[in-house]
Design a binder for this molecule. Sequence first.
Ligand code: SAH
Length: 221
Amino acid sequence: MSTPMPKQELGSALPAARARLVRELRAQRIDDGRVLAAIGKLPRHEFVEDAWHTEAYKNKPLPIGLSQTISQPYIVALMTQLLLQGGIRKKVLEVGTGSGYQSAVLAEVFAAVFSVERIKPLAEQARARLRRLGYRNIHCGYADGGEGWAAHAPYDGIIVTAAAAEVPRALLKQLARGGRMVIPVGPPGHQQLRVIDRTPHGLEAQDVSAVSFVPLLPGKV
Ligand code: SAH
């Protein structure tokens, strides 16, 4: 068994570990400076349990308990970059708060973030964590995000971090004109990351890459 790295040591290794991650993302064609700056700045280790601290700056997903995962940094970066390419950066809805890491990345590049999670302990943990880290522009909700968050709609951006069999109608309804949704769609093993734009001529969709997400589930627990 390997001995966990003492906190102090991790602390001094942090800037180098983050810089390495940013270089890896650049090599994977993440080229939006705002996204790279956010990932270069955020303490991803604060979003996972202590046992995973030394893995936190590797480009891979990690468990966050209750059978859920914090997404791979590359996927977080890709989805954020796709949303930014949609153009408008005011209000974004995230479905699947999980650890809150993606919410924090969004909060660095959007004016206001609304994020919903269906598992109560995760929703509460993420809310407390994001408050502790000083984010005032993230609003966390405990709800079935398949229904969106109608009270604050419409959204310029909608990002879903769990895979849906089909794009939920409620989310399409809450997407503003000129807005963009990024959502993984399809059954396990056959998911595609889909980008949907609400253009003046209606909805336009394109699939951009194969992905692997936990499922979007109905109801809250
Ligand atoms: N964005 C997260 C990724 C978490 S994994 C992060 O950065 O850590 C996906 C999350 O989606 C899980 O926490 C899961 O509970 C949540 N989820 C699944 N279906 C949901 C639904 N219908 N509404 C809200 N959250 C949902």
